[in-house]
Each structure stands twice: as C-alpha cells, then as structure tokens.
Design a protein around this ligand. Sequence first.
Ligand code: SF4
Length: 248
Amino acid sequence: MPDPSLVVFRWAPGRPERTQTYRIEARAGMTVLDALVEIQRSEDPTLAFRYACRVGMCGSCAMVVNGRERWACRTLLASLKTEAVTVRPLYHFPLIRDLVVDLAPFAAKMKAAGAVFVPKAGEETFAPIGRHAKERRQIDAAVECIGCGMCLSACTMVGWDGGFAGPAALNRAFTLLADSRDGAGAERWPLLLSEDALLRCHGQANCTDVCPMELSPADSILKLRRKSIFQLVRSAHRLDTSGARVVA
Ligand code: SF4
C-alpha cells in the first residue's frame, strides 16, 4: 500500500473549519500520534493536538480516527489499512483549537452525577476491601477509567442532551455505590434517578465499544438500573419501627 496521507481537521477561533492533508512517509510501527508529531515538528508547527504519556496510559491523545474514537498513540497507521486517514477531535466537547477539545464539561458531568468518593463518617482512614471480596470484584471490573472522554464522544445521547451525565460518570457512580466505604449513596441516588442520568441512556453501548481500557460503562449502567429498582421500592415503602411495611 502506498504511504498514507493524514486528512486532519483544522479550526481556530475566528476561522472557518477545514481539513488539511499531509503526506506521511510511513515507517514500520508508526502510530497516528507519531505521524502528527512528525508533521508538527517538520512541516506545520501550527497544528495543535494534545498528548502526554505516548504509551497508552493517560488517554490525552483521544481523538476520532477514521470515524472511530481511538487513542492516537496506540493506533498503528498500518492497522487502519486506508490510504487516507481522517483525524478529527472528539465529538460533543467544545473545541479549543484543531484536535484539542475542552474537557471541563467532562469534569462537570462527573460532579453532577455525584461521581466523587465521599468517605463514610467515622470510617477508619484505611478501610481495606479484600481482593477476593464480591465487592472488590464488582468494583474492579469498572474502576480503571482514565477519563479520556472517548465514551462521551461516541455516545449519541450525550450529543443529543448536553445535560446527560454520560457513560463515564455513570460508570464511576456505579463503582462508588458498590463501595461500602463510600457514604454519599443517599445524595447520589436522586441525581442518578433524575431525567439526565440513568433514564437518558438508550443502551446503544457505543461507550463499551470504544473504551480503550475495555471497561463496559453500558454494563455498569444496566447494573445501576437494576439497583435503582430496589432503591425506588425502598423509597416507596419504608419499614416502621415494628417492622410492619407502610407506604411512604
Ligand atoms: S469509561 Fe473508558 S472511554 Fe470512558 S472516559 Fe473512562 S476510559 Fe475513557
């Protein structure tokens, strides 16, 4: 296959959107991030993109390559098998410039869904959960989120409803609700049961499809929904002090 070209989305404040095509001399093992760095260093220093670790750990280089969310540092050009490789910024985030998006809304969504650990009052500073505990197994399956934002970009409901908490925040909320050390469950449930959280997910599972850490936010959302049924029943019926069930 001939050397590919990179068709890159360009935008800066006050300028119209456009694409710019760069020819690449592809080397064996060259990634999309390598190609962008080479373009920036040797051809076009104005090209803006974000990266940090370069080894598939931090998620900073998340972008949309050939129509799919990927981390550029782990995406080999050869694996794409196309002569023209399209590169654009993540969807559903405000643009800062070229391939760089503003991740502030991501942090805001996390906060709005109560996706922050709140230690239980009076707990020991270190309250270990054994590695074989059921609780640990539940949490481990969902805990390795690196905050890359790819699941939000892939989620059509995030695009449709800017207020929707989105897959990463709901995934995080799931890990916290499963964690016996967390003390904010009572405050978190009303947020999760509001219009812009669990109800809004349509179960398309694009989030799970693109997550580079192989998490399944869709599965976490499903489990939260199951838990929410108990939550709703519990708030509709409460036990009086003698143990008799009464309707609230
Ligand atoms: S759940 Fe996966 S795709 Fe979403 S932010 Fe976390 S690591 Fe990225």
